[in-house]
Design a protein around this ligand. Sequence first.
Ligand SMILES: Nc1ncnc2c1ncn2[C@@H]1O[C@H](COP(=O)(O)OP(=O)(O)OP(=O)(O)O)[C@@H](O)[C@H]1O
Length: 462
Amino acid sequence: MSSSQWIGRYRVERRLGTGAFGVVWLAHDDRLQAPVAIKVMAENWAYRLDIRERFLSEARLLRRAASDGLVQVFDIGEHSEDRPYFVMEYADRGTLEDRLTAGPLPVAEALRLTAAATRGAAALHRAGAVHRDIKPSNVLVATAPDGGERVLVADLGLAKSLAQASGLTLTVGSAGYAAPEQLDQSDGIDARADVYSLGALLYHLLTGVVPGPPGKILPPDRLRPGLPPEIRRAVLRALESDRERRWPTAAAFALELERLAGQAGSEAGRRRRRIGPARLVAALTALAVVALGTVAAVRWQADPAPPAVERVSDATGRIHVDVPTAWAGQLAGSGWTPEALGLPDHHAAGLTVAGDVARWPDLGSGVSGVFVGLGADRGLVDRVGTIGHRACRYEGSRTYTDASWRGRVRTWSSCGTAGRSLEEIGLTPVRDGAPQAYVQIRRGTGGDDPTDRILHSLRVSG
Ligand SMILES: Nc1ncnc2c1ncn2[C@@H]1O[C@H](COP(=O)(O)OP(=O)(O)OP(=O)(O)O)[C@@H](O)[C@H]1O
């Protein structure tokens, strides 16, 4: 579909995004003179009458439950080739997923946004429905008439759960967000599954990482030191594996969040302080270095004419990677702690190589180097994809593929020092059963870009 096309009486402007069931378009309602978002079901689903019906029942349900915290639905219809669509209000400020690319949020903001999403979920529950798929990309933000912002829950997992039940390969609820009872549907689910996902949302907004699997969740204050115990308790109660121990309803959780948001808001007024993602990475890398006990200062091959790269290995001999000789001053090779990314692994193979490893934890230090960490947990790449750096400028992402790895390189610049770049890379091995890898590269932006060569040289044995 091109921008000169129409869906019903709506003039299409551009694509806003693509989900599991179709494409969402930004369009214009010329009669009401207002922008709208239109979700059109993909062709490959439209022939399934049952899923099609669920797609439209989502629209009807949102209409029926109508609340300030839910995306408003204005119209439903059918486009060419019998493809159903529904017309919603346009959320002009993106999604909470967009907001997370910059890293964890200020506490008061995280509480306020989650409280508003929880109110939206509570309205659905009053209308007799469970959302089943609350996650940052399904929480939208729109400008309110007074210039403030409205938080809107969208995109229920109704059609998805039917597709999943009929054996299609869709999963409802994302890793870290789905309540345990959603994974084992024998007991049925109720509104408390959404309470779990809302707890996961708050955890993610506060720490910058998705919580670990149910029952193995690192307390949020470990990732965000200084988080008040009351907030930690509220988050962990929502994330209880046993739903009997969670907040009994979304409305009860919302009340507590609103109270905590009020407190945090007034405290923030007195003491403007933000724990940035830089600190998360500092903690992550500090753990890697401190866990070593000693940072081995190693000079490799003092050849008179050193090669442009040095091949370095970690202490277990599993990781081998080429790094530019100019960065290969010191090696800390005895591992890292994936727990710092909310993963269950306590210690895993890893190395940091840099001119001055002791200064590596400081993102603004201007030290060039490479960190490589392995993860036995399959969720490592997902976690790496959630890291953000609010103190830096996000420059975008690209895919990386070679014969051994598939991954995404996300780049930031200006982390306290001009002319520097920071790349966060999650790599999935092409070979089945091999561990995933997390690579961080920091370097100056001028001249040669060695990133692809470094990634290409990375080998993991065992
Ligand atoms: N009302 C809206 N206003 C603005 N943008 C929207 C709106 N609804 C959806 N979008 C954008 O379109 C994208 C796709 O939405 P959609 O609901 O189809 O899928 P999703 O939630 O991203 O993924 P999935 O359906 O696989 O869970 C969203 O991530 C969001 O960026």
